[in-house]
Design a protein around this ligand. Sequence first.
Ligand SMILES: Nc1ncnc2c1ncn2[C@@H]1O[C@H](COP(=O)(O)OP(=O)(O)OP(=O)(O)O)[C@@H](O)[C@H]1O
Ligand SMILES: [Mg+2]
Length: 235
Amino acid sequence: MSDAPIIRVEHLDKTYQTVAGPFPVLKDVNLGVAQGEFIAIMGPSGSGKSTFMNVLGCLDRPTRGVFALDGRTIGGLPKDELARLRNRTIGFVFQGFNLLPRMSLADNVALPLVYAAVAQDERRQRARAMLARVGLGQYAQSLPSQISGGEQQRVAIARALVNQPRLILADEPTGNLDSKTGGEIMMLFEELHREGITIVLVTHDPGVAAHALRLVRFLDGRIVEDQRTERAETA
Ligand SMILES: Nc1ncnc2c1ncn2[C@@H]1O[C@H](COP(=O)(O)OP(=O)(O)OP(=O)(O)O)[C@@H](O)[C@H]1O
Ligand SMILES: [Mg+2]
């Protein structure tokens, strides 16, 4: 592990070009995230949280400013190199789980390894190990429709972990879950954090954000608050 921040964002702007003209969504955003941090991002609907997460996840490019991932500036990287850096550094978890409905849970979890060109035997073995890790080893051959929403989100987390990323980005991972199931997902994130994985998650729920150690609040495309949570103060 290097000491470089895993995320460094400086004076970042994102402006969408729309038929009505340029539409600025992120405005002069600055953020440094050290390895091993656990951050919750909050803010009203439309304040730019998902847009920011998409930039962090290299799914979208900033209009202006600096974004460095694991010490490497993203701006000038060719597409294939960017894809490689993303695949080996980041695991994504989304609100809607995004599992492929006709694939077994094991095959869903193994999918990032297909892109990483890992051989089939190893894919199978690692997918099963990850499913077991999130407590769903017995469901490897089930389909997503045969398990509950909370279980589906655990499968999505297993999929995010299968490449052994050092950074997990989660956009409202508990948004579609009841509070008890959401709490179980947060316990899993706490466990991953204890293992040294950096976690950045977006949530509308203060109870979910309370699991994090740092809270960053967006308002109208800007960071207006950045502070340690109560959990960090009492830890
Ligand atoms: N591709 C796009 N083109 C134009 N405008 C967009 C695009 N994507 C998002 N926006 C706009 O950017 C603004 C920020 O959207 P974003 O999805 O980042 O908000 P958010 O904070 O994640 O909101 P929510 O809490 O509802 O998920 C919104 O006004 C949205 O309509
Ligand atoms: Mg959003």
